[in-house]
Design a protein around this ligand. Structure first.
Ligand SMILES: [Zn+2]
Ligand SMILES: [Zn+2]
Length: 329
């Protein structure tokens, strides 16, 4: 898209400078939002640095080695945090598919913060944009429009996609505690990494039988687990619009995949979700495994969340289903 005539494009050097400051204060330069949007949609090298650090950190295992405990923590933290991505960032903050208290809403934003996928408001604003323009030219991460690699990871390094568009999340921006976590979105991940390292140090000293160390907790618990978590989540932007079966006509390329639902605790039923995005459940049938939904149900039994939006009965009306999946699936 070309820039509106009145908008002065931001120079490359200035964009890089803004990107650096935004590591600390993600709302810095927010007044330049429209100017940033006028920039071409391409990889911004400063924005790639956090991803390089994240992936390079995994190589730390060469020095720290591994232990069954450290690997177990990595696997646990993958699923513990994937639930926050799917249950909270996606099904609550983006789609408001259930209700909760202000206190538990804050806990969900904090829990989501340790996923290292930026703040709840940025995540929700970006995702709402995706549903509005799914697989159209305006979509930030469409395999159809910009190719698989861009949809998977490239888009997130573009300066255009960095600022939080608060206009899309007015319902959430009413809460200063959520805005704070969103604005200073590196705070929680850094504290989480330091905590893991400290925990490893304590275990090394007090429970030597576990054969783990501070370095192992940092590399396996933070870097390796977070890298897998990123790619697991990104699969929904890339693979879920390429691979799987189509049940509903949605006008986009969203698909249903059992395999992806395993990796993402139920988000693989992406075609169901694009058709009925307002429902808390994404696996519509008993055989459509949706662990996030089961966990959210448990939370509702505990009284932490309520008013879970059900699947509309029309979703089960066979006449609305496509007669066959699209070719090539
Ligand atoms: Zn989608
Ligand atoms: Zn969604």
């Amino acid at each position: 898209m070309s820039a509106p005539a009145a908008v002065r494009p931001v120079s490359g050097l200035r964009t890089s400078f803004i990107s650096l400051i935004q590591w600390i204060d993600s709302d810095f330069g927010a007044k330049d939002l429209d100017q940033l949007k006028a920039k071409p949609n391409r990889v911004e090298w400063v924005r790639t640095i956090p991803f390089v650090i994240l992936h390079a950190g995994c190589l730390g295992a060469i020095w720290t080695g591994w232990s069954p405990f450290a690997v177990g923590v990595a696997v646990f933290l993958y699923f513990f945090r994937m639930f926050a991505v799917t249950g909270f960032f996606h099904r609550y903050f983006s789609h408001r598919t259930f209700s909760t208290s202000r206190a538990w809403q804050f806990v969900m934003a904090l829990w989501g913060g340790i996923c290292v996928q930026r703040g709840a408001l940025w995540w929700a604003a970006t995702h709402r944009h995706h549903h509005q323009y799914s697989d159209e030219e305006e979509d930030k991460h469409s395999p159809r429009q910009q190719g698989f690699l861009w949809a998977h990871i490239g888009w997130i390094t573009s300066a255009r996609n960095f600022p939080t568009d608060y206009r899309r999340v007015k319902d959430l921006a009413r809460y200063p505690e959520l805005v704070f976590l969103n604005r200073y979105d590196t705070l929680v991940p850094v504290l989480f990494a330091v905590l893991l390292f400290g925990l490893g140090k304590l275990l090394e000293h007090f429970v030597p039988g576990l054969h783990t160390t501070g370095g192992q907790m940092l590399v396996w618990g933070f870097f390796i687990s977070t890298t897998f978590l990123f790619h697991g989540t990104a699969c929904i932007n890339s693979l879920s619009h390429v691979f799987g079966r189509t049940r509903y006509e949605t006008g986009d390329d969203s698909r249903n995949s059992f395999l992806l639902s395993l990796v993402t605790l139920g988000e693989g039923w992406h075609n169901n979700h694009h058709k009925y995005m307002g429902t808390v459940r994404q696996g519509f049938f008993w055989w459509e495994l949706d662990i996030t939904y089961y966990l959210l149900r448990m939370m509702s039994w505990m009284g932490l969340i309520w008013d879970l939006r059900p699947v509309p009965s029309e979703a089960y009306d066979a006449s609305k289903h496509l007669p066959a999946s699209k070719p090539g699936q």
